[in-house]
Design a protein around this ligand. Structure first.
Ligand code: TYM
Length: 332
């Protein structure tokens, strides 16, 4: 069976972008292979986090993973910091990565520019984050990494790092492939459809979160930026706002953009937006109900304990092979 691995940062309630771009595929993939899903809390601290908030976001994301359909009988679900092998692998892989490669990452360029703009310090870990991510993936002999388009560069670097390690030391790693979802490679901000929808957007109206109430969802979609043409048609270039809403409905209903356009044939933007909002609300209702059952449950802790135990076993075996390849310690 193919090994599938993906991770999400616990930095606030996940967005419709995270969901459509990546997480929606996770339950579908767990029937096609051995899936491992991670709450990457060590990645989250590359930007300063409030400790209390981080703890609560970790738990919230864990509940959300299960609420969207991750089945702990089929998949391993765990928290990154509960598997020390990730930090160990991240360090070793930094030692086969050049500064130049890291400085070329667009996510680093964007986030460091943003930090500089607001007079925040740019942390070293923001630069060295990709080898930690490579470690996440490589520790589990991963075949497939389902992610959104914005992570493509990191996956390509992961492949380079793995190949380099294999060549320089000893064949240790499988070279993973990326899996982009067809529907929502990049869901856009509702307020600026040329930018991606982002968890950290300062404008709350730009982002739909999976725990938003029906009222909030309706309001945000109603005020989504569109254009003055007044015709619902799919044209990413000239109508990015309308096309983004079409993408959202198509992804959530597993239909084509043509089907969505046909549904709104002859309708104005008012009806169109109300229709898309209803699709989002209906899709999220059962997820939110399941989330509320889980969030304070002992079941959730049991799942995470078990997940960490299974993940530790796999990851520690890889660490052993990495240390042997590099000649660290005394060997076993
Ligand atoms: P993160 O937490 O920023 O995002 C989680 C997933 O959501 C996708 N995504 C989007 N997809 C479509 N449209 C959007 N607007 C949008 N915004 C986010 C992301 O591509 C991602 O798949 N570095 C990763 C987390 C990570 C990881 C890993 C992923 C750490 N280690 C190992 C895979 C394998 C990140 O910051 O994702």
């Amino acid at each position: 069976a193919k090994r599938i691995f993906s991770g999400v940062q616990p930095t606030g309630v996940i967005t419709l972008g995270n969901y459509i771009g990546a997480i929606k595929q996770f339950p579908e993939l767990q029937d096609q292979g051995d899936a491992i899903y991670c709450i990457v809390d060590q990645h989250a601290i590359t930007i300063q986090q409030d400790p209390k908030e981080l703890r609560s976001n970790i738990r919230s994301l864990a509940a959300m993973y299960i609420a969207v359909g991750i089945d702990p009988e089929k998949s391993i679900l765990f928290i990154q910091s509960e598997v020390p092998a990730h930090a160990q692998a991240g360090w070793m892989l930094q030692c086969v990565t050049s500064i130049g490669e890291l400085e070329r990452m667009t996510q680093f360029k964007d986030k460091s520019a943003k930090a500089a703009g607001t007079n925040e310090t740019v942390l070293a870990a923001l630069l060295t984050y990709p080898p930690l991510m490579a470690g996440d993936i490589l520790l589990y002999n991963t075949d497939i990494v389902p992610v959104g388009d914005d992570q493509k560069q990191h996956i390509e670097l992961t492949r380079d790092i793995a190949e380099r390690f294999n060549k320089r030391y000893k064949k240790t790693f499988k070279i993973p492939d990326i899996a982009l979802s067809k529907a929502g490679r990049r869901i856009k901000s509702l307020q600026d459809p040329t930018k991606k929808m982002s968890k950290s957007d300062a404008n709350a109206k730009a982002t739909i979160r999976l725990l938003d109430t029906p009222k909030q969802i309706e309001k945000k979609i109603k005020s989504a930026v569109t254009d003055s043409e007044g015709i619902v048609r799919y044209d990413k270039e000239n109508k990015p706002g309308v096309s983004n809403l079409i993408d959202i409905e198509a992804a959530l209903t597993n239909s084509s953009t043509e089907d969505v356009v046909a549904k709104y044939d002859g309708k104005g933007y008012g009806d169109f937006k109300a229709g898309v909002a209803q699709v989002v609300i209906d899709h999220l209702a059962p997820i939110q109900a399941r989330y509320n059952e889980l969030i304070d449950s002992e079941e959730l802790d049991r799942i995470l304990d078990e997940g960490a135990e299974k993940a530790n076993a796999i990851a520690n075996a890889t660490i052993q092979r990495m240390e042997d390849a590099m000649g660290l310690g005394r060997g076993s």
